[in-house]
Design a binder for this molecule. Structure first.
Ligand code: PLP
Length: 379
């Protein structure tokens, strides 16, 4: 095991409770540039390129805003249960999967008075909300950093046996793995996730598998059977699946015990009535996800080819985003922003030479490929 493989991230506590960086464009930044939101094309969030499902506005107009939303999200859970083939009591709906990440941290990591801090283990580099939530819960946080070999076919990789050993050594109460991983695109197979689940179980902890992007993977495996026993929690994001970004919707699948504990920490009405109605409508659109996957694969193939032709190294990704080596990610973001194109600079992931591009419809991706191609010729 390399020394640097596992890093205690406890020193982050010294930075106070700073929020994780998400990298989207802020209104204040747009204002400083004299731009309106409608003047930029946003590749920084990786959501369905199809936009919200057809007929959504008609559905939203019928929502009664004078009554409280259902705090149990019953209709949504019934529909999810039918579609996923898992009982309602194994499903929790949240205000985005981000709410559930915070519920997990509060429900499982907060120490009782006088108790020592609990441990959380993160497979990094990854989505910043995990460390943010674990930090707020007062946990000791350990990062398992991926090995980076730029010339390899899959440049980022974890040694799963090593990660499993560290789950045991830290007696991790929660282990977070994002699959496919934001931002590296690494997609672990059933065997690798099974190994982590076993290690989490032996350590008396839980494995959280965040599948925010899995519905965009053409060749995916079914992780839901893993959520049948106590040690695995699967997270999904309907925000991303159905481009409901402004409404916020996500869900967890886990054992009834875990779901019950999470539900007891969730504030009533955190999922508003518009989001509940939108989610139900989206789930009933049977062909939507398959069409979204196809659109992603088409745009991604075209964009990858054009960026490669311009001389960029595009990392393989089965998900709906690409990680691209550009030399200086911050500078590339600034230069593209001047052209009305917003990409995610990956410095906050510890990858300052990379940007992440969320896959959008083909015409938008062509604009981005042209912009990046021109910057390659005239930096
Ligand atoms: C890996 C991952 N999980 C969860 C989320 C949050 O999704 P939601 O909108 O469902 O809260 C994001 C958002 O970028 C993400 O990248």
């Amino acid at each position: 095991m390399e020394e640097s493989f596992v890093q205690a991230a406890a020193s982050l506590a010294g930075q106070g409770f700073g929020r994780p960086v998400h990298g989207s464009i802020r209104p204040s930044e747009l204002r400083a540039l004299g731009l309106e939101p409608s003047q930029v094309v946003d590749f920084s969030a990786s959501i369905s390129p199809l936009g919200p499902p057809a007929g959504l506005w008609e559905v939203l107009q019928k929502v009664d805003l004078t009554t409280y939303p259902d705090p149990e999200n019953l209709a949504l859970r019934e529909e999810l249960s039918r579609q996923l083939g898992t009982p309602e009591e194994t499903i929790l709906v949240g205000n985005g999967s981000t709410e559930i990440i915070h519920l997990l941290a509060r429900a499982f990591l907060s120490p009782a008075t006088g108790e020592a801090a609990k441990s959380a283990l993160l497979l990094t580099p990854t989505y910043g909300e995990y460390v943010g939530a674990c930090r707020l819960a007062g946990a000791s946080i350990f990062n398992c950093n991926a090995n980076f070999q730029p010339e390899a076919a899959s440049p980022f990789s974890w040694d799963m046996e090593d990660v499993a050993e560290h789950i045991a050594a830290q007696r991790a109460t929660l282990t977070f793995v994002c699959n496919p991983n934001n931002p590296t695109g690494v997609y672990l197979d059933e065997h690798a996730i099974g190994l982590l689940a076993e290690a989490a179980d032996e350590a008396g902890g839980l494995l959280v598998v965040d599948e925010a992007y899995v519905n965009f993977v053409a060749d995916r495996w079914d992780s839901l059977p893993l959520a049948g026993g106590p040690p695995v929690v699967i997270l999904r994001s309907m925000t991303k699946d159905y481009a409901l970004t402004g409404l916020r919707l996500g869900y967890a699948v886990a054992s009834p015990e875990v779901i019950g504990r999470l539900a007891s920490f969730q504030p009533d009405w955190s999922v508003n009535s518009l989001a509940q109605a939108a989610g139900l409508h989206a789930l009933r659109d049977d062909s939507y996800l398959a069409r979204a996957r196809e659109a992603v694969q088409r745009s991604k193939k075209m964009l990858t080819k054009r960026l490669n032709e311009s001389g960029y190294q595009v990392l393989p990704s089965p998900a709906n985003f690409l990680l691209v080596e550009v030399g200086d990610g911050r500078m590339m973001r600034e230069q593209l922003l001047r052209r009305g194109l917003v990409v995610r600079d990956c410095a906050s992931f510890g990858l300052p030479a990379h940007i992440r591009i969320g896959i959008r419809p083909e015409p938008d991706c062509i604009k981005l490929a042209e912009g990046m191609g021109e910057l390659r010729e005239n930096p």
